[in-house]
Design a protein around this ligand. Sequence first.
Ligand code: PRP
Ligand code: URA
Length: 210
Amino acid sequence: MRVHVADHPLITHKLTVLRDKTTPSPVFRALTEELVTLLAYEATRGVTVEEITIQTPVTETVGVKISEPRPLVVPILRAGLGMLEGMVKLLPTAEVGFLGMVRNEETLEPTTYAERLPDDLSDRQCFVLDPMLATGGSLAAAIDFLFQRGAMHVTAICLLAAPEGIERLEAETAGKDVTIVLGALDEKLDENGYIVPGLGDAGDRLYGVV
Ligand code: PRP
Ligand code: URA
């Protein structure tokens, strides 16, 4: 598993505002979208392309286009939905599938309550969106789901992660082609499974308390 932690002052600046508990939902949503677009630039570095010949006004030249099958973007509901617009801005031809997952706040185990994905993901590059990688349970289950359907490669984009979650993912995805792109790697998890210093409950901050 490859882990890439973004090292860019704009990303750290935007994350600082996102972490601030006084940042209201509309600003939180806008920043989430902007951060994803910045992280997507790194996350799509390995997107599969093929050569095409085009005619400029001056001459014929060779460029590239994104290969078929088109990449699949999979936001994990709810909080991952806040990242979708920022991602498809950079990758407008991608298809989008959905996974609904919720973590039991006592056991910290995830359950899947919704799934809308192609049955066959053979040869597909998949981009999973979830702002928080805490224990890693939700992301590990999502990645497993995609590989079971035949995905060739999975890249997850997360705004924040805890070292405990990265360790778990490394163990659970051993031997699979997985890349994790992070806005920041935080210190630890607290006794309730929240990322420290973190930003609190991402879903609630985006969409309100359920
Ligand atoms: C949050 C977050 C991740 C999960 C991370 O979702 O968006 O999906 O928790 O925790 P984990 O790494 O320990 O599994 P949550 O379950 O709160 O659902 P929500 O997005 O609907 O708020
Ligand atoms: N889910 C969140 O939304 N935040 C955390 O810190 C951990 C899990």
